[in-house]
Design a protein around this ligand. Structure first.
Ligand code: ZN
Length: 240
């Protein structure tokens, strides 16, 4: 199973990881290993790169396989601990078999990189900061649903039998639920149907997130949309 990677593949993988890191992980205090030490690639970077092969379709990798891979750079290596440390201590979402593998089915001694868009769930920096961000966001909104105005802990404005519980919801459902894309909505407003729309920070719908809405619209509107797009795309046949 073990495969070697060329220097070019290693550098490209590292750049890919770094771009996810900058976008999603840096703000949580996840630690990006340096690609190179004094002259060789660092073991941490090599392990991370190996686990990230094929991302986002990663696979489980055994400790033996990782050790083999690292040995092609550091021949005296006999026990690779890096995968474990990259997860729990440095914040990368890498799970180990036999322990914290709620996300995937892994055997003991196997590791898998789950995502580069979220830190390791038990990562300390992550939990504190994420709770803080959510609390201060709710505070900014006066602890009210951005869409209907129901207040947290009080009866919902439209459904008096329901006690309002604010939930993190997407501004743009096609983007990840990360700071900048979160608005507080009550459980009544945060329903599946809302994913058809993109909201702004004041909870107003600003555009479509799902073209299915067009199909539901009146024929007159559909005709207007058709004309608009026909013009924009200069009558191009979408099936070609
Ligand atoms: Zn609401």
């Amino acid at each position: 199973m073990e495969r070697s990677l060329s220097e070019k593949e290693i550098k490209e993988s590292y750049e890919m990881i770094q771009s996810y890191y900058d976008k999603y992980l840096k703000r949580y205090g996840v630690k990006l290993p340096r690609l190179k030490g004094t002259k060789e690639f660092t073991k941490d970077a090599l392990v991370l790169i190996y686990l990230a092969q094929g991302y986002p379709k990663t696979r489980s990798v055994t400790k033996g396989e990782l050790t083999e891979f690292i040995r092609s750079f550091y021949p005296s290596t006999n026990d690779v601990q890096q995968a474990m440390h990259l997860g729990a201590q440095k914040g990368w979402f890498i799970v180990a078999g036999g322990r914290d593998n709620r996300d995937v089915d892994l055997q003991r001694g196997e590791y898998q990189l789950i995502t580069l868009e979220k830190p390791y769930p038990a990562f300390h920096g992550h939990r504190v900061e994420e709770t803080d961000i959510w609390e201060s966001l709710k505070e900014q909104y006066g602890y009210r649903c951005v869409t209907c105005g129901s207040e947290e802990g009080k009866p919902n404005i439209h459904y008096p039998n329901t006690i309002t519980k604010l939930q993190k919801s997407h501004k743009d459902p096609n983007r990840p639920l990360t700071p900048g894309n979160i608005i507080p909505q009550c459980q009544k407003c945060n329903r599946a149907d809302r994913n058809n729309w993109v909201y702004n920070e004041t909870g107003r719908v600003i555009k479509l997130a799902n073209p299915i809405v067009i199909k539901r619209s009146d024929k007159e509107i559909r005709w207007k949309v058709y004309r608009l797009l026909y013009k924009e795309f200069e009558g191009r046949n979408p099936l070609k």
